[in-house]
Design a protein around this ligand. Structure first.
Ligand code: SF4
Length: 334
């Protein structure tokens, strides 16, 4: 690879934490560009994985929360959804748009990403890359260094900010060239390709559909989706029961302003009700499902219900049966 120290232009990089985004940042830096890697966080893509990949590879990452814009886009993506609830073309388009809006703030000239032509069936076909570019409103400022030799020239190329000869011509699903480049650039630690976005997960997508069909598709309810077992009790209320200590702690952190449940005299999970507007019979159902998850406790026991103001009420709960649990649990194939 040539090293060019004369280049002065700078770019914002869409950074996911995956290998391709690591490659593109390191590759462009090596060519002499100043790169601002940005991670766009949403409730379905927590920043942790990207932060770890950045830290492991000495990358200074900017994290920008785009939850509200992403939730709005999810209501009706122009190019629809993939196999699950992943609107990849619109999602990339949105990220590029926000990156474009950040150019002035960061004093950068153009935008780069690690997209590889033909790598993903939905979002990285050549026509899909064009759709993404068009949706973003910054079509002429996008450069995809790993595939740019195979793509239409954009302003950074025609203006000579980027030398096309420096760009690569990687395409398709194979990973060999990326792995070679990673070696060349000294990238040692990178996460596996799978496991980034929860919108590609079937169970998570079902939980989202439930929120959408009950008009509860908002940031708080989406945050809660990442933890615990979820039970749809009626049109207004859901019960969420932690599965382990880490989930109990996460649910507790997210429970401000919500009703929570805890066994009065036994060790067990933490639970949250996502609505304060709960009918007596629905609360009874919630308590009995909650008590089902205390396998070592007697069939009946005391549950403390904490109100958002911190006051508590004591209830008697009775373990419900498996059939009722399965009837209300989300993610079970019915
Ligand atoms: S997989 Fe998720 S984060 Fe990636 S483009 Fe698709 S919707 Fe967006």
């Amino acid at each position: 690879m040539k090293q060019n120290k004369t280049k002065k232009h700078s770019a914002i990089a869409l950074f996911s934490g995956g290998l391709d985004s690591l490659l593109v940042v390191k590759y462009m830096e090596k060519l002499g560009y100043t790169i601002y890697p940005v991670y766009f966080a949403t409730p379905y893509m927590p920043a942790q994985r990207a932060l770890e990949a950045a830290l492991d590879n000495g990358i200074n990452l900017i994290v920008r929360d785009i939850s509200s814009e992403h939730i709005e886009m999810m209501e009706s993506p122009v190019y629809g959804f993939g196999k699950n609830l992943n609107p990849c073309i619109d999602c990339h388009g949105l990220m590029f748009r926000i990156a474009g809006e950040m150019l002035e703030e960061l004093g950068a000239d153009f935008i780069i990403s690690g997209e590889v032509m033909g790598q993903r069936p939905m979002s990285q076909r050549k026509d899909a890359l064009n759709m993404v570019a068009k949706l973003s409103g910054y079509k002429d400022l996008l450069v995809r260094p790993l595939s740019q030799k195979l793509l239409e020239d954009t302003l950074p190329i025609t203006q000579g900010w980027v030398d096309k000869d420096d760009m690569l011509d990687i395409s398709g699903r194979g990973r060999n060239r990326q792995l070679e480049l990673a070696k060349e650039l000294g990238i040692k630690n990178f996460p596996s390709p799978a496991g980034g976005c929860l919108l590609t997960d079937k169970g998570f997508s079902q939980r989202i559909k439930d929120l959408q069909s009950h008009n509860q598709f908002d940031e708080r309810n989406l945050e809660l989706l990442r933890f615990g077992r979820h039970f749809r009790l009626d049109d207004r209320a859901k019960l969420i029961v932690g599965r382990n200590m880490a989930e109990n702690a996460s649910l507790s952190e997210l429970s401000e302003g919500l009703i929570t449940l805890k066994a009065a005299e036994h060790i067990g999970p933490f639970a949250v009700l996502n609505s304060q507007d709960i009918a007596e019979d629905v609360l009874r159902l919630a308590l009995d499902i909650f008590w089902y998850y205390h396998p070592k406790a007697p069939d009946e026991g005391k549950v403390l219900l904490y109100q958002p103001d911190g006051s508590s009420l004591e209830y008697q709960a009775k373990k419900t049966n498996r059939e009722t649990v399965e009837k209300h649990m989300l993610n079970i194939q019915k």
